[in-house]
Structures are given as C-alpha cells and as structure tokens.
Design a protein around this ligand. Structure first.
Ligand SMILES: [Zn+2]
Length: 216
C-alpha cells in the first residue's frame, strides 16, 4: 500500500514534527518508502502549506498541518482503543481497520466513542489521544537508537506502523518493558537489549522508531 499525504502528516506528527524538524531519513524509515518518494511528497505538502521544509535540516508541520494530523490521529487512536479493548485485536492488527474508520468518523461519533471508552489518554501503541480540536502534544522522547550501551530503558511508545509492529510481535517486545542496552553493532547494525527474561537484537531501523524513557 502506498502511503498517502495523510499518512505522511500523521507520521511527521508522531515523530515530533509539530515542534522540531524531522529528517527525511526518519520518514523513509517510518513509512518504508524511498527517499525520492519522500522528497516528492514533502514538496506537495509544502505547496499546500501543511509543512515547512528547510533544505538539509528537515521538515516541520505548520499549524494547519498539525491540526489536520491531530484530528486524524484522534479518530485513529480512539478506534484503536475500541478495537483492542472491546474486539480483542492485537496491537499489530488494529492499524488497517482504524485507518479506514478514521476517515468516516464525524466529530460527534468521535466524541461519543471517546466518552464510551472512558476518555482514554493513550492508544495501544503508547501515543497520546488529543482532545477535540486540540493539537497532539506528544511527550518528547529519544529513541532506542539514541542511547549508549549500559542504558536502562523502558519501552514507552512505538510508531503505529504495521511492519514495525509485526516485527515487534515476532521479537516479543512490548510496551512498558524494561531493558538494558548490552551491545550496539557498528554501522547501524542491531542493538541488543536484555532483561531477566529476554535478550533481543533489535534492528537499527526499528530501534529508531521505538521511543523509550530512561530508567534510573
Ligand atoms: Zn496507535
């Protein structure tokens, strides 16, 4: 499936692009597309004044872009909570259905769904659910690939991306788990993390889309 403009907006927001510049490389990793497709879409979004692009620095959402992405994210994440909590989907299987549902959800339906779910704060991937008309204010975090060997980290949020989630399921890596980084291979090789029950080698690409909190 080729990602559309809305997927780009949402990803840039998920990566913190409402407040800081996001590199094309992060977008390439997050959407699994070529660098050329990313550049092409960025210039389209810039023409629509949804993002601002600074050569060699990256891309940042405009207010209009952040609002549009937040509205979509709100609907998407509310449906994810519904699918996981009430229809027992697993966290790697909710994406496609939530993706379809977010586009056919009115403000009223989103509000009623939110109330029905008890005003959840986070989606099953650890992402924040914004209030109506609010712009998402995701907690700023570094990714697993940003920390040195010996760091003790907790998995706090992952990108809502099907291939990544399937990969994390295959590794049996879950939110809220705590690990110590025990090895980092050269040249963007895998990052090995370990706790009492597991040792996992996470690819560099995946590690750069897994947000973690440092544990004391
Ligand atoms: Zn999610």
């Amino acid at each position: 499936m080729t990602p559309n403009r809305e997927d780009y907006l949402k990803l840039i927001l998920e990566l913190g692009g409402d407040q800081a510049k996001i590199s094309n490389k992060q977008i390439v990793a997050g959407l699994g597309v070529s660098a050329a497709s990313v550049s092409e879409m960025i210039s389209k979004l810039e023409k629509e004044q949804l993002v601002k692009h600074t050569p060699y620095q990256g891309v940042q959402l405009t207010n209009a872009g952040a609002q549009k992405a937040s509205d979509l994210m709100r609907r998407h994440r509310l449906w994810e909570v519904f699918l996981v909590e009430h229809l027992h989907y697993s966290w790697n299987d909710v994406h496609d259905d939530a993706e379809v549902l977010e586009h056919v959800t009115s403000d009223e339906l989103a509000n009623k769904l939110e109330a029905y779910l008890g005003f959840p704060e986070f989606c099953p991937h650890g992402g924040k659910i914004p209030a109506q008309s609010a712009i998402i204010n995701e907690q700023k975090r570094q990714t697993l690939s940003d920390y040195p060997i010996g760091s003790k980290i907790k998995i706090a949020r992952v990108l809502d991306e099907k291939e990544l989630l399937d990969y994390l399921v295959s590794l049996n890596l879950n939110l809220q788990e705590v690990y110590t980084i025990t090895a980092i291979a050269d040249y963007e090789g895998p990052i090995t993390i370990q706790n009492e029950s597991k040792q996992i080698a996470v690819s560099f690409k995946a590690a750069s889309t897994i947000f973690v909190d440092l544990v004391e």
